[in-house]
Write a protein that binds this ligand. Structure first.
Ligand SMILES: Nc1ncnc2c1ncn2[C@@H]1O[C@H](COP(=O)(O)OP(=O)(O)O)[C@@H](O)[C@H]1O
Ligand SMILES: [Mg+2]
Length: 334
């Protein structure tokens, strides 16, 4: 990990993403800011529907594919502003300087083409490699991500790979051009724990070998503890807390983070008595003007009904809770 004061690899500031609903816009991602430096791994965590994927798609310039639009904010990749770039300019950066691995392999792997053709295509487009050279480079990158017998497997179709191998193939495709930022969106969620651990090891290796920063999206706090250096917690389209992983686990500052940690199974704990946070995530059209977690929060008071900005809590940490300083919250995992 290198965390310095250099220009962040990726810097997202005040990102707002909305969908059109009739004449109106429904804001789904609101005032999201985060950055990654050097080769650090930033975890983006939160319950399903909190806006993690949409934030990542916006960063990739792909939010429009699902009908959403960036309404406000800045996204800088190695100091270059991406918001406002043409589709062609974004395409040049996608897969080249920034790449994404999706939860579902079939979101990026085309069942009709061989794995080698699909990785080769990325290299031919961004590196202008002739076909033969692209094939050799595809074998090298498959080998790098731990696909056994890559020379033979390069000619396989996605269905001939197991789930873990498909995930490796997607990682191969994503890192083929050695991007400076990799976004992994629930990339290990669908895998069983053994394969998940292998993929986390692979991501750690690739991060070190390629000096690449990773935005690791998950709803699994155990995985966060395993791979992340820093964590940003999302709730209802906003970041509610950001801190280094140790601080966040030991000393959460937001009641929602405390709730997430309490719901994380401990190795020594009794899994049959895992608590849940009562209530459910509000729908975007129903976000409160004050704290969006307010209606589920056991520390709610009248002061929580005004809009809450994200503020610096202690060294390098931020929190979106007006009561943060007066609350004593507990970590879930030591
Ligand atoms: N195409 C769409 N049209 C309208 N709303 C959408 C669309 N896609 C996602 N959403 C809404 O955006 C919110 C965030 O979704 P998403 O970013 O996928 O969450 P997460 O990845 O955290 O589970 C959800 O409330 C979801 O219902
Ligand atoms: Mg998602």
């Amino acid at each position: 990990m290198t965390v310095g004061k250099e220009i962040p690899r990726l810097s997202v500031r005040g990102l707002q993403v909305a969908f059109r609903a009739g004449k109106d816009w429904v804001t789904v991602v609101d005032d999201v800011s985060f950055s990654v430096q050097g080769s650090e791994v930033l975890g983006l965590v939160g319950e399903s529907g909190s806006g993690k994927s949409l934030s990542c798609l916006a960063v990739m310039g792909l939010a429009g594919d699902s009908g959403a639009r960036i309404r406000k904010g800045s996204i800088q990749l190695d100091g270059v502003e991406l918001v406002g770039l043409s589709e062609r300019e974004l395409e040049n950066r996608r897969g080249n300087e920034i790449a994404m691995v999706f939860q579902e392999p079939m979101t990026s792997l085309n069942p009709a083409f061989t794995i080698g053709d699909q990785i080769g295509e990325v290299l031919r487009r961004h590196r202008s490699m002739p076909r033969k050279q692209a094939r050799a480079a595809a074998i090298a990158v498959l080998d790098r991500v731990g696909i056994p017998d890559a020379t033979r497997r390069v000619g396989a179709y996605p269905f001939e790979f197991s789930g873990g191998m498909q995930q490796r193939a997607m990682i191969a495709m994503a890192i083929a051009c050695e991007p400076s930022v990799l976004i992994a969106d629930e990339a290990t969620t669908a895998l069983d724990v053994t394969v998940q651990a292998q993929i986390l090891d692979l991501l750690r290796d690739m991060r070190a070998q390629l000096d690449m920063a990773i935005v690791f999206v998950t709803h699994n706090m155990g995985v966060v503890a395993d791979i992340c250096d820093r964590v940003a917690v999302m709730y209802a389209g906003q970041i509610v807390e950001e801190a280094d992983v140790r601080t966040l686990f030991r000393n959460p500052r937001h009641p929602y983070t405390e709730g997430l940690l309490r719901c994380t199974p401990r190795l020594s704990g009794r899994a049959d008595r895992l608590p849940v946070i009562p209530g459910s995530t509000p729908l975007p059209a129903e976000f409160a003007t004050g704290c969006r977690f307010g209606e589920r929060c056991s520390y709610h008071s009248a002061s929580c009904d005004e809009p809450v900005p994200l503020t610096l809590s202690h060294k390098d940490s931020q929190v979106r809770c007006v009561r943060s300083a007066e609350l004593t919250l507990g970590g879930g995992v030591s």
